[in-house]
Structures are given as C-alpha cells and as structure tokens.
Design a protein around this ligand. Structure first.
Ligand code: NAD
Length: 332
C-alpha cells in the first residue's frame, strides 16, 4: 500500500524499510520529515494510507483533507491515540489502527530513571563534574526505600513501574478505573485518587489522556499533595496543568518534577531548536529550575520498543490491505 510516513526521522526510515523488507510486505513508503497538520496534509497526495506519530495533528479538519485525497487508513506509531479525532475518522470512513503493545519496560524503566535523576540530582551532578566542580551542596536526595509511591494508571506500564518501586522497598498505592491483578499481586494497594495524592512521596502518571484525566494534576490537587512530593510524568503532557506545577515548585509543595511529555510539546519535541529562540516561556521557566528534569518524549526509545513499533506498523498496513483482522490494534 502506498503510505505517507509523517514525522519520519532517520531511524523511522531505516527500521520501517527493514520491517517492510523482512516481512515481504512490499508497501511503498513515502517518508516525510514534516509533522502532519493542515499545511502538510496535501503532501500525501497519491497515497492510500498515512503512518503518523504522536505529535501529528489528526483533528477533524486534517482528517477531512486526508479523506478528500483518498486516504482510507491511518496507523499511528504509538499506543496512545489522543491526537486522533476518532469520531471524525468514523464519520469519514477512515480506519484507524495503533500499536497496541510494545515493550512497556521501555517506559517503566525510563520513569524510574527520571525519578532517580531528579531525586538524586544526577544530571546536575554530572554537569558540575564536567566543570571540575565536585561540591555536594545542593545534591542531597532522599532514600526511596520506605517511601510511598502513588501510581495513577496501573495498566501495563504503571504495573511494571510499581513492581520496580516495590523492589526498592517502597509502599505502592494505585489509582485506576480498573483493577489490575498484577498490581495487587506485587503488594500494591488501590485507594481513591485524593488519598493517593495525600499520602504519596512520589506520584507517577501512567494513565491515558482522556477528557476524564486532562489536568488531573492541577492547582487544587497539587494543594492536596503531601508537601515535598516528586511528580513524574511519562504519559501525556496535558495530564498536568504546567502553570500550576510551576507554582507548586516555586512554593516548595513539589520537591521535584520530572517530565518526558509536555502539553505544548507538538511544536517543540523531536527537533533541534538549539539555534533558535524558543518562544514557549513555560518550558523555558521549567528548564530553569534546578529540581526539574525535562526530556523530549523519549521514554519509548529503546531498540526493543522501536523494533516492535515498526514491525506492527507494517503489519497494520498489511492487515488493512488484505482485510485481515486488526484485533486490539483497531481504534476506529
Ligand atoms: P494501559 O492501557 O495498559 O494502561 C493504562 C491504565 O490507565 C489502565 O489500567 C486504565 O484503566 C487506566 N486509566 C484509564 N483511565 C483512567 C483514569 N481516569 N484514572 C486512572 N487510571 C485510568 O496503557 P500503557 O501501555 O500502560 O500506557 C499508559 C500511557 O503511557 C499511555 O496512555 C501513553 O499515554 C503513555 N505512553 C508514553 C510513552 C512515552 O514514550 N513517554 C510511550 C508509551 C505510552
């Protein structure tokens, strides 16, 4: 199937071509570095399918343009699909698929890495030693052993994160709309979200972005957190009201913040802006804090995860083309 691959980086190209060749699928892949939006939608002219990524805009106006150009299938190289207007896709007769499953270890392990880095100030210490500064002042953290860790969203990634935290000797609390037996089996205890906020020394977010979870961390919930809490977000930026988080960092209510995702990341992440003036004052304020770590949506970025994402993307194209069942990869 002739497919426009938007937001294609070098690794997308190499690994998608490899998966395409190895599976013998023979899809014609057109790689576009551009992010998909209303200005770039016409670039897929002549294609039947689009392979998108997390910061591509697949809102109703863009989907309408894609449909008008004959696009019948959209596959996203991610598990999350909050960037796609599913109702509009259904209305326009566009089938939407995703990668239902890829190494959850990639994200869970990265979340632990962020927590350790922000708590023990590892990035800051490394920057100091490069300058010949071996001073310890300002680098003190706390033991994770014996602390309470709250996990919001105890699915595949959240439960793995919880398991690692239990291994550190933490008490693990969970909040979820579904109960995961794996989470309970490792000693995790489900509580109401308010109780989790009040009791946790660390809160890590692992639920999807939906209307129910948008800004679940806000001024009100931050005021009700245990003072000195560390917040980790590897899920989706809009789970956190960033302005409220900045206020909580200023007041000390938050002891640290580690984020791999950011509400306004679409215009920033996955590109080198080091020679430009960044006009987003919120992210600039955030990165100025010594107790904040920001990474550019890289939690999924391991060899294992990327390999699975690319293989599934090719499988999605093949299954749609042959009419085979997409199973739980089918979104709409
Ligand atoms: P999953 O579907 O296995 O788990 C999500 C969990 O969130 C489920 O248990 C679900 O019941 C729960 N949930 C849904 N609504 C909730 C609510 N209102 N309150 C509390 N919990 C709720 O998904 P997963 O594979 O564990 O992925 C979790 C999230 O991680 C994804 O939605 C995605 O946003 C994010 N993610 C980020 C990266 C990255 O690179 N940073 C990569 C992959 C996934």
């Amino acid at each position: 199937m002739k497919t426009a691959v938007y937001s294609a980086r070098r690794y997308d190209q190499t690994l998608l071509l490899r998966a395409n060749a190895q599976s013998g699928a023979g899809h014609e892949l057109v790689f576009l570095q551009d992010r998909l939006d209303s200005g770039t939608a016409q670039l897929c002219s002549g294609c039947e399918a689009v392979a998108a990524f997390v910061n591509d805009d697949l809102g109703a106006p863009v989907l309408e343009r894609l449909a008008a150009q004959g696009i019948r299938f959209v596959t996203t190289r991610s598990t999350g699909f909050n960037h796609i207007d599913i109702q509009a896709a259904r209305r326009l007769g566009i089938t939407v698929a995703r990668v239902a499953d890829y190494s959850p270890y990639s994200v869970a392990e990265f979340a632990v890495g962020l927590l350790l880095a922000v708590n023990r100030k590892i990035a800051r210490a490394s920057m100091r030693t490069r300058e010949g500064n071996f001073e310890l002042d300002g680098l003190m953290g706390f033991d994770l052993h014996g602390k309470t860790v709250g996990v919001i969203g105890t699915g595949k990634i959240g439960a793995l994160f919880a398991r690692i935290m239990a291994g550190f000797g933490c008490t693990v609390l969970g909040s979820d709309v579904h109960r995961n037996p794996d989470f309970k089996a490792l000693g995790g205890r489900y509580v109401e979200r308010e109780a989790l906020f009040a009791a946790s020394d660390v809160i890590s977010l692992h639920c999807p972005l939906t209307e129910a979870t948008r800004y679940l961390v806000n001024a009100q919930t931050l005021a009700a957190t245990k003072p000195g809490c560390i917040l980790v977000n590897t899920s989706r930026g809009a789970l956190v009201d960033t302005e409220a988080a900045i206020a909580a960092l200023k007041s000390g209510q938050l002891r640290g913040l580690a984020i791999d995702v950011y509400e306004q990341e679409a215009s920033l992440f996955f590109q080198d802006l080091s020679s430009t003036i960044i006009t987003d004052d919120v992210i600039q304020r955030l990165v100025s804090f010594p107790n904040v770590i920001v990474t550019g949506h890289q939690a999924f970025f391991t060899e294992e995860a990327i390999g699975q994402i690319m293989q599934t993307t090719i499988d999605n194209l093949s299954d749609f083309a042959t009419g085979a069942s997409l199973g739980e990869r089918l979104v709409a």
